[in-house]
Design a protein around this ligand. Structure first.
Ligand code: TRP
Ligand code: ZN
Length: 437
């Protein structure tokens, strides 16, 4: 039910206040977009979890009627909205945001409380609808901004750049924060973190700000944030220029909810300590693969996760001197006679299976692809894919077509064996290049 038809969103701008002591959120969401339906629209849906209660909706400045049914907010405009016309929707709502429990193998997402009494929003595929009305579909990317008022001593961080000019007065005993992301992203990549955190700031070599939030109970958080700069420099060497205007991370320090997610400009690392650099390499590589290039459908998830799960291999190879062929052979020899490892494919895996194979089978397939097309073509792929599809949606089919172009031959059977098959890749595809020796 997530995602809706008939329109597309260009921007979300939230004006919210949050009280951590009662977990109460009050907000007006300002949503701008346009009508896609060729016949125009009178009625359309936004996704919003039932914990959020809506009190008013306007469409293009006019009061609209609405019905909130489960996680669907059904809005009826007072007049027909013409095809192509601009759409401006204001939704006034509030309540006690909560975690949305995942179904069918899908993880929980939404609004999580922190052990220090704060809160953060994260989740994939569902999270945004836990705290604002949204077209919760990965293909409908939009810019995002939030102005948040909280009691004094609490702080707020979100995606993009911090705004300090011309903020309204928050009222006595309150503090106000504004964050704004001008590059359009999918809604699961938006986040907010409200807590008594500290900020670690730095800049990328090109002057873009790095701003990281370190939760009150995070050991060694400062070192983790400092590492961000190094990892982004490393990844830029492979993937090309860092695609956003700002960078950083959100280190909430949760021992109970170990969620790591590639939220735009500022991934959430909520697992407390991140003792290996792999997680940071993984989430930051998503800034190119997933956040800048976005998927058309959830079943295209491999174009996010297969790359992001291969990025730590690149780090291991270059920074730690690991022999990747040996690592691949070791993993392969364990997997080769395990039917379960291969039963869920990397594309068109079926609902609820999106994340079953991408993290372990994904990097094995990527390394096989590298061997099949050779290092030059593979390195071109890593750089050209974000250059071609940055700021756009892409599908696995687009990737397949591009690697065939790059290699100068039809890779169809190889790709079928490694990415689409439900059994171990048959010979001769199983050991490309010198991986069989
Ligand atoms: N995309 C996340 C990552 O690669 C993993 C993930 C999948 C996730 N589903 C999630 C994280 C739900 C949080 C909630 O790191
Ligand atoms: Zn990932």
């Amino acid at each position: 039910m997530a995602g809706n038809g008939g329109y597309q969103v260009d921007s979300y701008d939230l004006d919210l206040s949050y009280d951590p002591s009662s977990n109460t959120l009050r907000s007006i969401a300002h949503i701008k977009g346009s009508v896609l339906s060729a016949d125009g629209l009178t009625r359309f849906n936004l996704d919003l979890q039932p914990t959020m209660k809506v009190t008013a909706v306007t469409v293009n400045g006019n009061d609209a009627t609405f019905r909130h049914d489960g996680a669907e907010l059904v809005i009826t405009a007072s007049a027909l909205l013409e095809p192509q016309a601009g759409l401006s929707v204001d939704v006034t709502y509030g309540g006690q945001p909560d975690v949305v429990r995942g179904e069918r193998g899908v993880d929980d997402g939404g609004w999580f409380r922190t052990e220090s009494g704060g809160a953060f929003a994260a989740g994939e595929p569902i999270s945004a609808s836990a705290w604002y009305p949204v077209n919760e579909h990965p293909a409908d990317t939009a810019t995002f901004a939030v102005t948040a008022t909280v009691p004094d001593k609490w702080q707020v961080i979100s995606n993009g750049l911090r705004q300090t000019d011309d903020l309204p007065h928050p009222g006595p005993g309150k503090s106000i924060f504004r964050w704004k992301l001008d590059e359009p992203v999918a809604s699961y990549l938006t986040t907010i973190y409200i807590d008594k955190f500290s900020l670690v700031e730095d800049t990328l070599p090109d002057g873009k700000p790095i701003v990281s939030a370190i939760g009150p109970n995070v050991p060694g958080g400062k070192d983790l944030a400092v590492r961000t700069k190094k990892v982004i420099a490393f990844l830029s060497g492979y993937f090309g220029p860092y695609p956003f205007e700002s960078a950083g991370g959100i280190f909430t320090g949760q021992s109970s909810t170990a969620i790591d997610l590639e939220t735009a400009t500022r991934p959430v690392y909520s697992g407390g300590t991140i003792d290996s650099v792999d997680t940071e390499v993984h989430e930051l590589s998503h800034q190119w693969f997933g956040d800048d290039v976005t998927i058309k459908r959830w079943s295209d998830i491999c174009i996010n996760e297969c790359f992001a799960s291969y990025a730590p291999w690149l780090w291991k190879e270059q920074v730690e001197g690991t022999d990747l062929d040996r690592m691949w052979k070791r993993q392969m020899s364990r997997a080769v006679d395990q039917p379960d490892f291969w039963s869920s494919p990397l594309v068109d895996m079926g609902p609820g299976q999106e994340f079953t194979s991408v993290y372990d089978r994904g990097p094995l397939a990527m390394h096989a692809l590298r061997k099949e097309i050779g290092d030059d073509a593979f390195l071109t792929l890593l750089k050209q894919w974000p250059a071609m599809y940055g700021g756009k949606n892409a599908s696995f089919d687009d990737l397949e077509a591009y690697v065939s172009t790059l290699s100068g031959r039809d890779l169809g059977s190889f790709m079928d064996a490694w990415f689409r098959g439900r059994v171990v890749p048959p010979l001769p595809y199983r050991y490309p290049g010198d991986l069989g020796s």
